[in-house]
Ligand binder design. Structure first.
Ligand SMILES: [Zn+2]
Ligand SMILES: [Zn+2]
Length: 343
């Protein structure tokens, strides 16, 4: 079968013929991939930034945002059968550790991460585990939802954690309305009562945010976001800031946008946060990290998508065009998410 293989760091991945994977263990599920999302994390992997963390052995197959159809299952699998359309929770988890038993899949102590530390879904076939497959509503096509497996899930997870803080009368700020941010905006509007302000430097991103239903838009190229947020919140600041950028100064601005006892959610990464501890106690602000999401988060997100409350903007490419898609992503020519389609 065809697969997108990373053979060496700092070299573009290549599309090669590799042996088809098979069901080996009783809980394995073999999936025929309908779409695999291309993510900035893939670029960071190629650059070698994940080598120390993942310790993956090269060559291997990229792709951690996957959806498709079940092709074959191990002897113990009862939750899906061949032919079922599925989206894949990005991790393969054990189900036995304390985190798994609490539903906190991402912190499983015995997990693997296809596309990060083992063969992923930029291929015709991929093996995952029974705990990771979520059956799709018949109205949904794998190719349309694939990128929600990671990008959408991460955005939903952060918004879901902010729900108790966003009661009617509150104000939420979204920094960055790109691939993740535009999902975050739709999730905020679908499951909270907050007034939503979006800050971005790109007119295209802001018009996507407007289409998604954001209440206020702030163009950080032409106005000072801190002044704008202060004005919109009558001097008090935001209850919640969701930072989908996390570098280039947003990490300082995001914290400064908070009202007393406000919460700053870090989703995008790359920069660093430095706050005098006296400021943290005096204003009683919260800093909250966010990593992917749980299986139940993915299930809830798929419900919102099936109900038409969350829409993902995508552009498809054949698997062979992976480096074309990467070039588009790097050059900022990709509105929404790029999806690789094996057949
Ligand atoms: Zn991703
Ligand atoms: Zn576990």
């Amino acid at each position: 079968m065809k697969a997108v293989r990373l053979e060496q760091y700092h070299q573009p991945p290549v599309v090669l013929d590799v042996p088809e994977p098979r069901v080996a263990g009783p809980w394995d599920v073999l999936v025929e991939i309908g779409g695999a999302g291309l993510c900035r994390t893939d670029l960071h992997i190629v650059e070698g930034q994940w080598a120390q963390k993942s310790r993956v052995e090269l060559p291997y197959t990229l792709g951690h945002e996957n959806a498709g159809w079940v092709r074959d299952t191990g002897s113990a699998v009862t939750n899906v059968t061949p032919g079922d359309p599925v989206i894949l929770h990005p991790l393969v988890t054990c189900g036995l550790c304390r985190a798994c038993r609490a539903g906190d899949d991402v912190h499983c102590t015995a997990s693997t991460f296809p596309g990060i530390d083992r063969d992923g879904g930029m291929a015709e076939l991929m093996v995952t585990g029974a705990r990771s497959v979520l059956k799709l509503d018949p109205s949904l096509e794998p190719v349309h939802v694939a990128a929600l497996a990671d990008a959408g899930l991460t955005a939903y997870h952060a918004v879901r954690k902010a729900v108790p803080l966003l009661y009617p009368g509150t104000h939420a700020v979204v920094i960055g309305a790109g691939g993740l941010g535009h999902i975050g905006i739709q999730c905020l509007l679908a499951i909270t009562a907050a007034e939503v302000t979006v800050v971005d430097r790109s007119e295209a991103a802001l018009s996507l945010a407007k289409e998604s239903g954001a209440h206020h838009l702030v163009n950080a190229m032409t106005e000072d976001p801190l002044v704008a947020i202060r004005h919109l919140t009558h001097g008090a600041g935001a209850h919640v800031v969701l930072d989908f950028v996390g570098e280039g100064g947003t990490e300082t601005q995001g914290v400064a946008m908070l009202r007393r006892a406000g919460s700053y959610f870090v989703i995008g990464y790359g920069g660093s946060v430095s706050i005098p501890t006296i400021d943290i106690i005096y204003s009683e602000i919260n800093l909250i990290g966010n990593l992917v999401g749980t299986y139940n988060d993915l299930d809830e997100l798929m419900t919102l998508v099936a109900h038409g409350k969350v829409r993902l903007h995508t552009q498809t490419y054949p698997l062979d065009a992976v480096n074309h898609a990467i070039a588009d992503l790097e050059a900022g020519r990709l509105p929404g998410r790029g999806i690789l389609v094996p057949r």
